[in-house]
Design a protein around this ligand. Sequence first.
Ligand code: SAH
Length: 247
Amino acid sequence: MLRNIRIVLIGTTHPGNIGAVARAMKNMCLEQLVLVNPKIFPSAEATARASGADDLLASARVCETLEQAIAGCRLVVGASARLRSVEWPQLDPRACAEKLVMECQGDTDAALLFGRESSGLSNAELDRCHYLVHIPANPVFSSLNLSQAVQVLGYELHVADLAMRQVPVESVSIAARDPVSAEVMEGFFVHLRQTMKDIGFLDPKQSEKLQRRLRRLFLRARPDRDEINILRGILSAAQGRKSMRPE
Ligand code: SAH
């Protein structure tokens, strides 16, 4: 199952950290490394720090956008060095690992996002996440080195995976529903926003906050394809009504 978990590093500045992440991943049986706009990659420093995990560097996928990195994923979790406001639901590392491993029972990928060394994940990137995970640490010094954060969360994933394997596969409750992927959700959010504009609901002053609350609501629900089709049907009908209304 761990092979279905993507470790996504966004905007990494130091190539040494990328190598150290590869090493931490291989120690914990994680295989998929995805790099979004790394500052320097490939690099001799990354290879040196990977010390034997350079096969993960060789197979790492480099993307220009986060959308490409999480395409096809149905569960996206962001690792955050800071406790954020309640706008984003939080998990502790153990609950996060259990959720991700459970999600990957079938043949679906899930993603765990890590931010930049200097500034972490942006709000727009956090908006793509179903959950945030925070490694509890010294409240006044809570930011771990990137590769060490991957190490801690990778360890929890490995332990959760081992625990899962001891249970007969039949008794593992696989979600009966099939939640849609990240890009289908984004298509829905674009449609929702456009419809809200079309029907005159969107107040530009409140727009960003409102959009974020709606994202939280729908990401929490993790709709399947039928449900998205119903919602989009409602949106299209609302848009049609508006345009049919005499001016
Ligand atoms: N200075 C940044 C932290 C960068 S550390 C900030 O204040 O946000 C680089 C990345 O490692 C973070 O974006 C996060 O993905 C991960 N990380 C570091 N410490 C963490 C912690 N305590 N819990 C979860 N992730 C952490």
